[in-house]
Design a protein around this ligand. Sequence first.
Ligand SMILES: NC(=O)c1ccc[n+]([C@@H]2O[C@H](COP(=O)([O-])OP(=O)(O)OC[C@H]3O[C@@H](n4cnc5c(N)ncnc54)[C@H](OP(=O)(O)O)[C@@H]3O)[C@@H](O)[C@H]2O)c1
Length: 227
Amino acid sequence: MSTILVTGATRGIGREVARELVNQGHNVYFGTRDLAVDTELVDDIEGIAHWLAIDTSNSDSIRAAAERFGELESQLDILINNAGIYPDQGLNILDISRERMVDTLQTNTFGPLEVVQEFLPYLTKATQPRIINVSSGLGQITGLSADNPSYCLSKLALNGITLMLAEKLKDQVAVNSVCPGWVKTDMGGENAPRSIPEGAAGILWLALEADPTLTGGFYRDGKPIEW
Ligand SMILES: NC(=O)c1ccc[n+]([C@@H]2O[C@H](COP(=O)([O-])OP(=O)(O)OC[C@H]3O[C@@H](n4cnc5c(N)ncnc54)[C@H](OP(=O)(O)O)[C@@H]3O)[C@@H](O)[C@H]2O)c1
């Protein structure tokens, strides 16, 4: 049984990944930016998993989450940096504001890095720890789109963070990026071709099945893809 934290586990891909990990018998922390989540969700996991308040756009929240986690657990086997936003509707690279760019990167890029920094003491206590950064094909060099400016940049930079962490944590923690594909969630929208379980599958593969020595890669459907 592994102890696993999934950020952004209230809905969409993160919730599916976290629920599946619970189903497979793991000790799972469902990250939520708001502990006052609806009762149905709380009832759903009460007794079999835990909520952890963690807002990836906020340093105080990330620090408090790591402290709280340390009161409950001594080690973290797998960190899944899944929380993300896509606030680019109707904007393009020529009209997006600096503030919007910063907001997106706070949640999608700087947040995941800070989560790693704060939870690293627990990760390094695990035998074969893994960090999984949920990125996107829109963060690939060939996937950049002028009509999704802050999102693309945030995931491109998240991939850079994966590479740098993999270098710095070589032989200590496996660090990889993963793209779930285009998935029918609140973010992906109705036209997306993939179901939520299909999107979750590649993340679950990296968490549970991939060779634990694989590090510094970018994966979709269990196969490496180009940066
Ligand atoms: N859907 C796709 O087609 C697709 C494609 C490629 C990559 N991805 C990536 O996959 C991940 C999950 O996406 P999704 O489609 O499941 O999105 P989603 O349905 O919109 O869910 C996003 C999750 O992130 C959480 N979140 C947002 N901002 C947060 C913050 N500041 N702190 C903590 N949690 C926060 C949300 O919490 P609240 O409920 O509190 O808002 C929610 O749980 C994201 O990183 C996304 O970029 C998705």
